[in-house]
Each structure stands twice: as C-alpha cells, then as structure tokens.
Design a protein around this ligand. Structure first.
Ligand SMILES: [Zn+2]
Length: 340
C-alpha cells in the first residue's frame, strides 16, 4: 500500500514510485492508495500513483472541506479550469478524481466514479485472509470521527445562502479531517498517525480515536508519529493505550514551514517515550550554501535565520519478518536515529 505522496524535487518523481521501481515492484502490485488529507506535503504526485497503480483501491477522508467539495462537484465539467483551484492540494484532488473517472473497467458510470473508500473511523480499507501459509493482512481507518464528518457537512451547508441568516463559519483544518490508519500484518501492527491533531475536544482528533468502540484492542509496535512530531498532535494516551512499550517511532520532518518541525522540545519528548525513534531527515532542515562574504553579510542583515529546504530525500525502512520480534532498521539519504 502507498500512504500519502511527495515528490523528489530533483527527479520530479513521486518517491514511493521511485522506491518500488528500485525494488523491482511494479505499481500494479499495489493494493491500496490512501491520501490522508489534502495538504501539500502529503499528496504531491499522488495522482500519478493513482493513474499507474491500476489495480489499487483509492481511499481518502470522508470529511470533505468546502474547497474539496466544490472540486468534487465540478469534476468532469469542461468549465473547470485551474483558476478554480486555490491550492496544489485541491489541484491534486481534481487530478485524482479525473484518474478515477478514466477507470472504466470497474463498471461504475463515469459520473459516479470516485474514491473506493470515503474513510471514517472503523472502516476496513483492505483485508486479505490468511491462506496458503501467508498471514492475514488488514488495513483499518481510525479517523475522521463521526462528529468530524458532521462538522464537515455543516461546513458544506454553509455554502448554501440563507436569507436573513448571518454567515456562521465552521472551518475545520485539513489536519482535523485526516485519516489515521491501523495496519495488521501477521503478528505485526503499525499505527500511521497522519497529521491528526490532539487536544481538539472529545469528539475529534486523537480523543475520538481513543474513545471509539471500533478501535483495535491490540497494541502496535510501529508508529508514524503524527504531524511531524508536533506538540499539537501529541496525545500521551496513544503511547499508553495503543502502542507497545518502546515502539519503533518514525518522524517525518517538515522543514519548509515558518517553524520547522519537529522542534528540539518535540524530539526530547519523543525520546523520553521510546529509545527507538527515527527521523527521515534533519529536523531543522539543512544549512544553506555559503556565499561570498559581502552576500552573506547582506543576507544576515535581512534574514534572522536561513535554512535550505532542498536537502536529500531521506527515508527510514523498517523490515519485519511477519513472525519475528524486532525489525531491521535501515536509514537512507538524510535519515537519522533520534538520540539524546
Ligand atoms: Zn503534514
């Protein structure tokens, strides 16, 4: 399965496609593609993957925000131009909808063609029973919660003009509607946290996952740390209720924001929880190239700090035998182990 996508800025290729190609795995072998939410750092190149992974089912969040809803309505209309799209996330969503419409083979009329799964909590996105000596595998969505979907529908309702009614605005951030995933494969379990936030009230985010009656009772040994290790997505209870002790935790840094993530404090919090924490790149980005002294001087006058966001695309590979205890960890590109 492929969850989310990003582009290698040097080769312009989706990194998951490049990776599978290097392993000699054709995209036809992919069973499931998930875009957890429509933020730029999670979906670039996803349409290319959907187009080429012809046998894969496609899942995204059932909680559509208004721009996404408008895109869904306009899909296939000739009048739809790129000027309607306000961000590259929405543009990628449109390209994916187009790609899904091209898949005639599934016997769905083009007008109704769309994602195979509008994911909410407790949905099975993929399941393969154990057979021929091969273990069972299952992928479950843990979010968005029903209340988050309700809020999204209310937000869509506000698009309809109401006479004499002041415009009330509900606006959920993309992170709030994002799809967290649970993977069972053999004896191994992984929790992929997407960018799902914590502390947004009992009916959404991680609180809703924790209180959900459909959440798996077992514990996972692998965690994709939610939202780039940020404090805003840190829910201590997932460590005590959903994860084994000292799980393997992988953080994906986000270097191009105003505050690069994870921060020093985020990393400190993480290594208190597990000695097995890894980061796919340098948390604070890479040092910029040094220029001539006069240029450096001027740059220092105008910028308080600088960092380059074009570092190598690193990755952390955890490989398990489906029956074995610990994974082997391999680090590529700028990936590193987080240590005190
Ligand atoms: Zn993100």
């Amino acid at each position: 399965m492929i969850v989310d996508s990003c582009i290698d800025r040097q080769t312009r290729m989706p990194v998951a496609k490049a990776y599978l190609t290097r392993l000699g795995v054709a995209l036809d072998a992919v069973k499931l593609v998930v875009v957890t939410h429509w933020h730029d750092d999670h979906m670039r190149g996803a349409a290319e993957i959907v187009r080429e992974a012809g046998a894969a089912r496609f899942a995204c969040s059932a909680a559509l925000r208004s721009e996404e809803f408008a895109t869904l309505l306009a899909c296939g209309a000739e009048s739809m131009t790129s000027s309607m799209t306000s961000s590259s996330g929405i543009d990628e969503f449109r390209k994916i909808l187009d790609a899904l419409r091209q898949r005639r083979a599934r016997g769905v009329p083009a007008a109704n063609a769309g994602p195979d799964h509008w994911a909410t909590h407790g949905q099975v996105l993929y399941e393969r029973p154990a057979r021929d000596g091969v273990s069972q595998a299952r992928v479950l969505s843990l979010s968005p919660s029903a209340a988050t979907v309700t809020r999204a529908l209310r937000e869509l309702g506000q698009l309809l003009p109401q006479e004499g009614e002041p415009k009330r605005r509900i606006r959920q951030g993309a992170n709030q509607v994002s799809v967290a995933l649970w993977i069972d494969a053999g004896y191994q379990r992984a929790l992929l946290g997407s960018d799902l936030p914590a502390g947004t009230g009992p009916s959404g985010g991680w609180s809703a996952v924790l209180s959900s009656s459909t959440r798996p009772a077992q514990r996972a040994r692998i965690l994709k740390v939610p939202h780039h290790g940020s404090q805003s997505a840190d829910e201590p209870a997932i460590w005590t209720e959903m994860l084994e002790a000292e799980p393997w935790a992988v953080v994906t840094p986000f270097a191009s924001g105003r505050t690069p993530l994870p921060t020093e404090a985020d990393l400190k919090r993480l290594i208190k929880r597990t000695p097995n924490a890894y980061c796919t790149g340098r948390p604070q980005g890479w040092s910029p190239v040094r220029r001539q002294p006069a240029v450096e001087r001027t740059l220092r006058e105008v910028a308080r700090s600088r960092r380059t966001i074009l570092g190598p695309v690193g990755h952390v590979r955890l490989r398990y035998s489906l029956e074995a205890a610990d994974p082997t960890v391999e680090l590529f590109g700028g990936a590193l182990k987080v240590s005190a």
